[in-house]
Design a protein around this ligand. Structure first.
Ligand code: FAD
Length: 293
């Protein structure tokens, strides 16, 4: 089913997983997916790696979800280090295997590089990939957006203009980068509405697992940590269990507020750990998204 049709029927809960580096990590990812499945998310997605074998694992896990579970699935696809022909082959394989939804991304510059340089004959921006998919396939297509602005954007005005181009090229919905202050998300929605963005925007929520990890992630993607949360992360910097519980409590509050504000759904960055998302969904008690209901 196309996720755009699901979004017309209901407010969705979705969960994002990532492929392991090595093949022997796949069973673990599948176990996490099976545990999260008990909470009946409306769809799951699998990120696309920077290169090499993890890309094959992305396809393998995406197809596992499609084949072996009753979850809808969304494949991630980026423009990094691939020609149009290579991307076309990936799209054809996904299509032949019954995948109906794709989130089309540019991807980050490879490690050690600051600028994104497309390969010769490759796509330069997510919008060109979105356009290609729309012109050649029937997939439902999503795109990424950035409540605090993408790290490479000059300012929030330019950032929203580029997000609007994704909508003009036909994305069905947008999914945000992680954020820890809902006001950034609400301000993004205001800017988006003014820019004529009229598709659903799913907030992306990352339950914090450790102080070092979240500092690294936010440092890389340019998201900010509110001062009070930052202080607590400092306080428990050496105690991952305490930070994980803090992360559950924080995300529960964050998602409850977002849900009450009427968001069309919530997308969880699961980071291949089922514990936090399970606890958060237990705490929220959202109808149809509690284990065993
Ligand atoms: P783009 O929309 O192309 O934007 C990249 C930059 O270029 C922005 O600064 C934008 O403002 C600017 N820009 C856009 N269009 C133009 C234009 N026409 N002219 C000039 N500038 C332009 N990364 C992965 O590697 N794998 C994944 O699976 C993955 N999944 C993600 C899922 C979500 C929900 C999100 C939010 C991010 C994900 N990422 C993933 C990270 C993403 O690849 C990076 O944030 C990347 O730097 C930008 O991707 P994009 O699709 O937003 O790119």
């Amino acid at each position: 089913m196309k996720i755009r049709d699901l979004l017309k029927e209901k407010r969705t809960i979705s969960c994002e997983f990532f492929p392991p580096r090595e093949a022997d990590g796949i069973p673990n990812v599948l176990r996490v997916i099976d545990r999260v499945k008990a909470y009946q998310p409306d769809f799951a997605s699998v990120t696309y790696g920077a290169g090499g074998s993890t890309r094959a694992f992305t396809e393998e896990i995406t197809m596992y979800i499609k084949r072996e579970t009753d979850l809808e699935v969304m494949a991630h696809l980026t423009c990094v280090a691939q020609t149009r022909e290579e991307i076309q082959s990936v799209l054809e394989r996904l299509d032949q295997n019954g995948i109906e939804n794709i989130i089309a991304l540019r991807g980050d510059p490879p490690q050690g590089q600051t600028d994104f340089v497309p390969v010769a004959g490759g796509f330069e921006h997510a919008t060109s990939l979105i356009k290609h998919i729309r012109q050649n396939f029937q997939f439902g297509v999503a795109g990424a957006c950035y409540p605090e602005g993408h790290v490479e954007s000059r300012d929030l005005i330019q950032d929203i203009e580029y997000a609007k181009r994704k909508v003009d090229q036909g994305v069905d919905f947008l999914v945000t980068q992680l954020f820890y202050d809902n006001d950034h998300f609400y301000a993004f929605l205001d800017r988006a509405a003014k820019a004529g963005i009229n598709v659903p925007v799913l907030p992306g929520v990352l339950p914090i697992l450790s102080t070092a990890q979240i500092r690294r992630f936010t440092g890389l993607c340019g998201a900010t940590i509110p001062p009070e949360l930052d202080r607590q992360l400092d306080q428990y910097a050496d105690d991952d269990n305490a930070v994980r519980e803090l992360g559950i409590e924080y995300a529960t509050k964050q998602v409850r507020e977002l849900w009450d504000s009427g968001v069309p759904g919530v997308h969880f960055y699961v980071l291949n750990r089922s514990y936090s998302v399970s606890k958060i969904l237990d705490n929220l008690g959202i109808e149809g998204h509690t284990a065993g209901t």
